[in-house]
Design a protein around this ligand. Structure first.
Ligand code: UD1
Ligand code: CA
Length: 487
């Protein structure tokens, strides 16, 4: 779907002073994307031929972020401040003969959905308007530009908070900062915008009054949800916008058949994908490009980043980043899967287990207290409690290969590079420094020796020594009793 008569100009040159941040405002994130990313995503689905992003403050960082949006062109704003100047830079960058419509969006208004933009465009074209505004009523309009209407109910102009009289400030209809303009009318009106206002800036909002004065018509579309009009100017509004977006995303998945037990403590990025009959338990974060397949149960207290969860898998109280969890696999409680951890179908990463850059084969288990790094584990393997792959020699990382059906005794340390052949076993506490042939039992621990009476002799007077003496006295008495009975 391409709309040759549509250009989109996104204003993103402002400093965002109220964020108090080293990161430019439009690059702050919510729901898995930057503010600007959300705006561009909606813009792109409108199919405009021409998309411009106006930049100035930290322009290089914003231009770099545009790399993910092919076809979107950055336009520089000069030192004249204000949204009017920014829109002017955008509209002047369009081909001179462009006579279509311009949708002007603010890079800091991330929640307006594409359907709303489409409704504005339709209304604008149906009415042949010079400009079409989005109407929104807020109980607390402070900070926003107010829409001032005449006695006939028609929009006359927009007045900024800082320039408003008390009567104007009492108006609850606000300007969300997105507009459709007829390109030619916008060019003409911007040429007449000055900087005579409380902020000494060129206000884009002034074009409304200017167009009206020139006899142009201003159309309006009411926002289906006033909360979507929220502009992000500080961290309070950022958190509020993130909350609204999260509610929206959760609701969308609920209607697709996902059980979300506690929507208030569940966070799902807009970028994640969930299947039918997934269950999310409280305090679960599904972030980035995570995908969760049918019937999987995730949570409570779980965080998944860019992770793939298979059908029917279970992930409890765990943390996974860039991991793959196979169908029917079980993770946790308290597992930590790092980048490149891949559990095949039916595999298990149990309690206090950390796995990175390793494959765990079908049905294999790493059940308790283990570190597995840079390892290739076959199918049907069971690593006893406390298995450790010692993959790092302070200089290089090395690989451990554990073939099918290996069982290790508790507390086995595998010093990489090393290979345990198919079906091999290790004794408890083994330190495996050499390859273990298939089917062999590897033991590295010296046979146990008991030095009788060592504690009483070497630790005389300690509680341990006294306790040992008592135990031995009792043992002697029993021995004597038994001898007497025998005699
Ligand atoms: C603006 C509107 C206000 C509206 C509000 C909605 C004006 C004058 N005011 O106010 O009516 O209610 O948005 O959220 O337009 N920008 C530039 N260049 C600049 C200044 C700003 O590109 O020189 C960009 C910013 O990066 C931002 C957007 O324009 O993405 C809005 O700027 P901001 O300063 O946040 O305007 P508000 O005071 O919120
Ligand atoms: Ca703003």
């Amino acid at each position: 779907m391409t709309d040759h008569n549509l250009a989109i100009v996104v204003l993103a040159a402002g400093q965002g002073t109220r964020m108090k941040s080293a990161t430019p405002k439009v690059l702050h994130r919510l729901g898995g994307r930057t503010l600007l990313g959300h705006v561009l995503r909606s813009a792109e689905s409108l199919g405009a031929d021409l998309v411009r992003v106006v930049v100035r403050h930290e322009r290089d960082r914003i231009v770099e972020a545009l790399a993910d949006h092919p076809g979107v062109v950055a336009v520089d704003q000069d030192e004249v401040p204000g949204t009017g100047r920014a829109a002017q830079a955008g509209v002047l960058s369009l081909p001179e003969d462009f006579a279509g419509d311009v949708l002007v969006l603010s890079g800091d208004v991330p929640l307006i959905e594409v359907e709303t933009f489409q409704a504005m465009l339709d209304e604008h074209r149906r009415r042949g308007a010079s400009a079409t505004l989005l109407g929104a009523h807020l109980d607390e309009p402070h900070g926003y530009g107010r829409v001032i209407r005449g006695a006939d109910g028609m929009v006359e102009r927009i007045v900024e908070q800082k320039d408003a009289t008390p009567d104007e400030a009492a108006v609850t209809e606000i300007n969300p900062g997105v507009y459709v303009f007829r390109a030619r009318d916008l060019r003409d009106a911007l040429a007449a915008v000055g900087t005579d206002n409380a902020q000494g800036e060129m206000y884009l909002t002034d074009v409304i009054g200017i167009m009206r004065g020139a006899g142009g018509s201003i159309a309006g579309v009411t926002a289906p949800d006033a909360a979507a009009a929220l502009g992000v100017n500080d961290r309070v509004q950022l958190a509020e916008a993130a909350r609204i977006l999260n509610q929206r995303v959760i609701r969308r998945w609920q209607l697709e058949g996902v059980t979300v037990q506690d929507p208030h403590t569940t966070w799902i990025d807009d970028t994640a994908t969930l299947a039918q009959d997934v269950t999310l338990l409280p305090n679960t974060h599904v972030l980035g490009a995570t995908t969760i397949a049918e019937g999987a149960v995730v949570g409570p207290d779980t965080s998944l980043v860019d992770t793939e969860v298979g059908r029917g898998a279970t992930v409890r109280r765990s943390d996974a980043t860039l991991a793959v969890i196979g169908d029917g696999a079980t993770v946790g409680p308290w597992a930590y899967l790092r980048a490149g951890a891949e559990l095949a179908d039916g595999a298990k990463a149990g309690t206090f287990v950390e796995i990175k850059n390793s494959t765990v084969g079908e049905g294999s288990k790493v059940p308790h207290l283990s570190y597995v790094g840079d390892a290739e584990i076959g199918a049907g393997v069971n690593l006893g409690a406390g298995a450790i792959t010692a993959n790092y020699d302070d200089v290089h990382k090395h690989r451990t290969v554990i073939e099918d059906h290996v069982h290790t005794g508790s507390h086995t340390v595998m010093i990489a590079p090393v290979r345990l052949g198919a079906g091999a076993k290790t004794g408890a506490g083994a330190v495996v420094r050499k390859d273990v042939p298939a089917g062999a039992l590897a033991m590295s621990v010296a046979p146990q020796r008991n030095l009788e009476g060592w504690v009483e002799k070497n630790r005389a007077g300690t509680a341990a020594a006294e306790s040992a003496a008592r135990a031995q006295g009792a043992q002697k008495a029993t021995d004597v009793d038994e001898q007497e009975q025998d005699g």
